[in-house]
Design a protein around this ligand. Structure first.
Ligand SMILES: NC(=O)c1ccc[n+]([C@@H]2O[C@H](COP(=O)([O-])OP(=O)(O)OC[C@H]3O[C@@H](n4cnc5c(N)ncnc54)[C@H](O)[C@@H]3O)[C@@H](O)[C@H]2O)c1
Length: 285
């Protein structure tokens, strides 16, 4: 099945990125969110992302305009009822995701693939909310979507081979490299990455070094492109906390418990880049 039209729910960091790379690859996109202001923010992020490519000479202005013209927006899954692929990129909450999956699988064609971009929830568990769960799959992009080459394609207990093949083909169409992963907490990358971020937060809380020095240490000492605390700010501290909490619960091991400093930042609304402050301060302009 070739994806000609994508419906993406959530115009946040991930949803807007998925919409952008899909539109760049020639796919018609409908991007929805719960309010006009969120849709507008997502579109502004896409315009900025494509604008940067034009500025760098990696895209022609007419290609940018064509990509933007492929993106329609809306406030309801009904706005993309004829899509071949639905990807939900709403916040990491079973309540929100189950509602979206129920509504989307009730209105999309039976052949349409239904996917989630969840970072940490079980695909097999979420499949309970999907009519015909053999067409349900995890399509896990990384942040920022336009820059990150990997997609984890996650097979739930009911996912069919055809759905896996369609998801892998879609990932390749939008310029990514897919890896096939079993449905297991954190999949591959986050299971390894987030305990390391949590350890960096612990080192900061214990005064082992400043945030800057911890990040410089990991950049220069482990050859990371960015430090773990800066990465947590990029991911979003709320998302980081949710991923660790899910790893702790689902793997049944307290070693994954989100550090209390992380919880403090989230409670104070310091969510990282998207809120203007986290372990670092950001200019939101
Ligand atoms: N941030 C990351 O680094 C990252 C990486 C990979 C996967 N993910 C996963 O992607 C998903 C989204 O994360 P994000 O970072 O883009 O979050 P975000 O907070 O930036 O964006 C989420 C968007 O979803 C919208 N939303 C809420 N309820 C909705 C609904 N019912 N219908 C449509 N839209 C709705 C919100 O208004 C918001 O604009 C999460 O499941 C997260 O775990 C995140």
């Amino acid at each position: 099945m070739k994806v000609r039209k994508l419906l993406v729910a959530g115009a946040g960091q991930m949803g807007a990125g998925i919409a952008q790379v899909s539109a760049q690859a020639g796919i018609e996109v409908v991007m929805i969110d719960v309010a006009d202001e969120f849709v507008a923010r997502g579109m502004a992020a896409i315009q900025k992302g494509l604008g940067r490519l034009v500025d760098k000479g990696r895209m022609q202005p007419d290609e940018r305009d064509a990509a933007l013209a492929r993106i329609a927006t809306g406030l309801s899954v009904e706005d993309g009822a004829d899509a071949d692929l639905f990807i939900e990129a709403a916040p990491e909450s079973v309540e929100l995701k189950s509602d979206l999956l129920r509504r989307a699988s009730a209105i999309l064609r039976r052949e349409a693939v239904i996917a989630t971009n969840t970072s940490s929830l079980s695909i097999t568990m979420l499949a309970e909310y999907v009519e015909a769960p053999e067409r349900f799959v995890g399509i896990h992009f990384f942040n920022p979507v336009p820059a990150m080459a990997l997609v984890e394609v996650v097979r739930g207990a009911a996912t069919s081979d055809a759905t896996m093949a369609a998801a892998r083909a879609f990932a390749e169409t939008v310029g990514k490299t897919p890896i096939t992963v079993k449905d297991s907490p954190g999949f591959v990358v986050n299971r390894i990455l987030f305990p390391m971020i949590n350890e960096a937060v612990a080192a900061l809380a214990e005064g082992v070094a400043s945030a800057d020095d911890i990040d410089t240490g990991m950049r220069l000492g482990a050859n990371f492109p960015m430090g773990p605390l800066a990465l947590a700010d990029l991911v979003g501290l709320d998302t980081t906390q949710a991923i660790l909490a899910t790893l702790e619960r689902d793997l049944g091991d307290p070693k994954y418990r989100p550090h209390s400093l992380l919880a403090e930042h989230v409670a104070a609304g310091r969510l990282g880049r998207k809120s203007g402050a986290g372990f670092y301060k950001y200019d939101r302009g």
